[in-house]
Design a protein around this ligand. Structure first.
Ligand code: ADP
Ligand code: MG
Length: 666
């Protein structure tokens, strides 16, 4: 099954490259690339029931002549269709050949998304389907058209037919009523029925989750002897006294837990979970101050350079007065600066090194690393985390996460971590008011934004990332920026930040926003992580329906950081999901809801490439399955010498060894 992809008809060198970029190198890996969802073409929606935002299959008949319009670089085909309950327009972009196919009276099975265009519910770029049943939809792979992808998977399945060895021990399969592997692989792609699909998904998800749990246990820190840090009893109070504010009760409690860990001879492995703005950074700095008081070095790792620099600035204010020497180590330093940083770390000239993953690249050796803090840990993988701790002699590890995860779930995902929760916000915050703003009310919003800016406040605009193939439907940051700058808010000072900019330009733009020179910051989701501008009181989220609830909550946490009333506007047609966002500011409630809606698998995010996405990401199992596999993994690992168990461990290694670093909670 490890045949090269070129064995499949229609795959040449260019497509091999495209597949490789997505982490798929062999026929086996292609078969393991499972659909992210299925279209149910038997589930037909009546046109009169179609609402903006719905994705649905409709059975219609062409009700008029198709028209062609040219706008900028687009060719737009438009035709009216009817199913007897309603007549609606359908449009396609850049598919001129469709015009000739849309002959009046022709019957069509269409599948696609309804949007509100010029006040009219419109089907936008639906696919024209030929048969009914369940059709697999795969994650987009750049350079591979969807149809070709579907056909390639079909050929790959044929090549591998009957060859999947059943990797789970027989008794495990029996106990949990899991179907056979070859059947599972076929039905996961091309199910004969809903029941077959469900059995297949359960089987594959079970296996993947079980192996993941086993792999996690292989990597866990366990009860390792760790560095014991002794510090004077008044060190904690001393640190709090240097802060410009009084700590909250939750901050005190969590720091006490951290302090007890540091003093114990077991290596600390603790995660601090707290809503955005709950003040986790202060706790991290406190822990660093304690380590320093005990004579040990510390490292603080952030997922982005912007965030690392921000921490470095705060550290200079809060830690240097205590005599703690801070240094910055990030990828963009010059070679010479790098050398100097490495030396400062190695000789102990720096008491704390703050940076990005540059902190854990090879040439970095620490003098006496006693504490490692990683911020926004969900951006780092388990593997990277353990690499950092390997830099020292089992140093204490503290991770901070703003993604609240229901407790039972975090025990399973981070089997190796103790958890502290910061469940209190600093005083004086007014909760963020969240509102849904449908397109029809957009103009009114601009007036409101002007008023806020007049009062001296600042505004964020966040746009979703868009995949190239759908660029047409969404509002990319650049388009929004141009629109605001030239038409909607030309009197304000507006900055743009997105992923393809040079880091220096990006930093400069962020800096102008941070200092208040700019009124409005338009960005993709890069600001999601950690940026702190207390004067910003309004967040506008474009195409809000495209974001997950947990992500919306993270974004919303960027405002409401000062004393002023703050607002979050979700630009979308109202739906139950978004209404839920308006009803609560509690991150744990949002996380719970998000999990109910999407399944816990989605929490693992979509950044991983290849097969892991297939197993965990796409097969969002239920919490029940996660729990079953967690317990079963523990049961298996009690007998690591058992022959069956050895086989499972071997598999877990094979499947996750080089991927653990990508297992990140989103
Ligand atoms: P997060 O938990 O999202 O990392 P931060 O640590 O960035 O939150 O804190 C958010 C803001 O709240 C910062 O401006 C910080 O200075 C401030 N802050 C933290 N703790 C307190 C406190 N106890 N009282 C008042 N302000 C605080
Ligand atoms: Mg933070």
């Amino acid at each position: 099954m490890d045949y090269p992809l070129t064995k499949i008809k229609g795959i040449g060198p260019a497509r091999v490259k495209a597949f490789e970029a997505a982490g798929i190198r062999t026929v086996r890996e292609l078969v393991m690339f499972l659909p992210k969802e299925y279209r149910d073409l038997d589930d037909i929606t009546a046109l009169c029931d179609l609402r903006p935002g719905d994705t649905a299959a409709v059975k219609v008949c062409v009700a008029g002549e198709a028209s062609v319009r040219y706008a900028r670089k687009l060719t737009i085909i438009k035709v009216y269709v009817t199913d007897g309950t309603e007549t609606l327009p359908v449009i396609w972009f850049n598919q001129p050949w469709l015009k000739a196919q849309m002959t009046q009276g022709r019957e069509l099975l269409l599948y696609g998304k309804a949007e509100l265009r010029s006040g009219c519910v419109t089907l936008v770029s639906p696919t024209v389907e030929s048969g009914g049943g369940l059709v697999p939809i795969y994650r987009n792979i750049a350079g591979i058209p969807a149809k070709q992808l579907r056909q390639s998977v079909e050929s790959a399945l044929k090549l591998c037919e009957g060859q999947w060895p059943d990797e789970l021990p027989e008794r495990v399969r029996e106990r949990y009523g899991l179907c056979e592997r070859n059947f599972a692989m076929r039905c996961a792609h091309f199910p004969d029925s809903r029941e077959a699909l469900q059995a297949a998904r359960r089987r594959i998800a079970f296996e993947e989750l079980l192996l993941y749990q086993v792999a996690l246990q292989l990597f866990r820190h366990g009860e390792r002897q760790g560095i014991q840090i002794e510090f004077p009893d008044d060190a904690v109070e001393k640190f709090w006294a240097t802060l410009p504010f009084a700590p909250t009760g939750a901050q005190r409690r969590v720091l006490d837990e951290v302090a007890a860990d540091l003093r114990s001879d077991r290596a600390m492995a603790r995660m601090i979970q707290g809503d955005v703005g709950s003040g986790k950074t202060a706790i991290a700095f406190a822990a660093i101050a304690l380590a320093h008081a005990g004579g040990w070095q510390a490292a603080l790792m952030a997922p982005t350079e912007v965030l690392a620099r921000q921490h470095y600035e705060s550290a200079k204010q809060l830690l240097e007065p205590l005599g703690i020497r801070c240094g910055l180590l990030v990828g963009s330093l010059t070679a010479k600066q790098h050398r100097m940083a490495h030396e400062a770390v190695a000789t102990g000239m720096w008491d704390v090194a703050i940076g990005t993953h540059a902190l854990i690249t090879e040439g970095v050796a620490y003098k006496n690393l006693g504490l490692v803090v990683t911020d926004e840990q969900h951006r780092f993988g388990v593997r990277q985390r353990s690499m950092l701790s390997e830099k020292g002699d089992a140093p204490n590890v503290l991770v901070m996460s703003a993604t609240p995860i229901p407790r039972t779930l975090s025990l399973i995902i981070y089997g190796d971590l103790d958890i502290s929760i910061v469940d209190e916000l600093p005083p004086g915050r007014t909760p963020v008011q969240t509102r849904i703003v449908p397109e029809a009310k957009r103009e009114g919003l601009y007036g409101f934004l002007r008023e806020e800016v007049k009062k001296g406040r600042q505004v964020y605009f966040v746009c979703p990332l868009v995949e190239e193939s759908e660029a047409i439907e969404a509002v990319p940051a650049e388009v929004v920026y141009e629109e605001l700058r030239t038409k909607k808010l030309p009197d304000l000072s507006i900055e743009l930040v997105h992923g393809r900019m040079k880091p220096a330009d990006k930093d400069a733009a962020l800096e102008r926003f941070r200092t208040g020179e700019a009124d409005v910051l338009v960005s993709t989701t890069v600001i999601e992580v950690g940026v702190n501008v207390p004067n910003a009181t309004v967040m506008v989220i474009e195409n809000a329906e495209r974001f997950g609830l947990a992500q919306l909550h993270q974004l919303r946490g960027r405002v409401g950081r000062g004393a002023h009333e703050s607002w979050c506007f979700l630009m979308a047609e109202p739906n139950a999901r978004l209404k839920f966002m308006c009803s609560t500011n509690d991150g744990f409630k949002v996380a719970q809801k998000d999990m109910e809606l999407r399944g816990p698998g989605e929490l693992f995010g979509t950044r991983q490439s290849g097969t892991l996405t297939a197993g965990i990401g796409a097969l969002a199992g239920d919490t029940e399955l996660l729990k079953l596999t967690h317990d079963e993994a523990h049961a298996l690992m009690r007998n690591p010498e058992d022959e069956d168990v050895r086989a499972v461990i071997q598999l877990a290694r094979e499947r996750f060894a080089d991927r653990l670093e990508n297992v990140a909670v989103n």
